[in-house]
Unconditional design. Structure first.
Length: 111
């Protein structure tokens, strides 16, 4: 299953692989927030290997893609995001997290 509109870092699938940076943190965030909860996945298409691509919602209202970007644990994948009715939410979340990271970086430089 892939969530449309974002690119989240991957985790290792076996001991011989390495996770991408922040892959484990992204998985932990999603697991804590969405596992064993009422979620709804709207399948929009499939990828070339038959995996589902779509939109995941918590309680039919919270868009998981937007929340992952807002948390800084995913980036907007413009090619798949641009035609979404909620693309603006994704881009706004990405701008906000980038601004926050700059503020933190500047504060660290000053101290």
């Amino acid at each position: 299953m892939s969530i449309k509109g974002i690119r989240a870092p991957r985790t290792a699938r076996n001991p011989s692989e390495k996770s991408e940076p922040y892959g484990v943190e992204s998985l932990d965030f999603a697991s804590r927030r969405y596992m064993q909860r009422e979620v709804e996945f709207e399948v929009e298409t499939t990828d070339k290997s038959g995996g589902f691509i779509g939109v995941l919602y918590l309680n039919k209202t919270e868009n998981v893609a937007v929340e992952l970007v807002r948390a800084g644990l995913a980036t907007v994948h413009a090619f798949s995001a641009d035609n979404l009715s909620w693309a603006r939410q994704l881009y706004d979340a990405e701008v906000r997290i980038c601004m926050l990271l700059r503020v933190i970086e500047n504060a660290m430089i000053l101290h």
